[in-house]
Design a protein around this ligand. Structure first.
Ligand SMILES: [Zn+2]
Length: 134
């Protein structure tokens, strides 16, 4: 668990969805739409640990983009509209469903990383030597 002594108990989804610092819940996590700030502007937490990689894109693809794509296919199959109808129906549905959830999902994943101290795996060579001696 993270060292949260003296800090409020913040759940990752609460601070992540608001784009706030996972330690203090006050500072801004992002300095752009999806760019993570270098550190918290309130408590100074270094955000170098934050690396959600393709996580936000994966969740958006599975839970938002595919339903929007099915909407486009349904419109095409059911009504066989002219192409320009998709510009005003399918395209906005795809853009909104793919772009809007990215920031809250990225914030949630970064806050979860902080909460659970998730990091890239490392080989503990010292532990292997100790086990070999036993
Ligand atoms: Zn902070």
């Amino acid at each position: 668990m993270s060292d949260l002594s003296g800090q409020p108990d913040l759940t990752p989804w609460k601070v992540g969805l608001r784009g706030r610092c996972p330690r203090c819940g006050e500072g801004h996590l992002f300095k752009g739409f999806l760019t993570i700030a270098d550190r918290c502007d309130h408590c100074g937490l270094d955000f170098d640990f934050a690396d959600p990689a393709d996580g936000p894109a994966f969740f958006v693809l599975c839970f938002a983009c595919l339903p929007a794509m099915f909407l486009a296919v349904w419109i095409e199959v059911s009504f066989e509209p002219p192409f320009w109808v998709h510009i005003f129906t399918s395209l906005p549905a795809l853009l909104i469903s793919c772009i809007l959830p990215l920031r809250p999902l990225k914030g949630w994943l970064v806050a979860s990383q902080f909460r659970h101290k998730a990091a890239e795996g490392q080989i503990d060579r010292g532990a292997g030597d100790d086990a070999a001696r036993d």
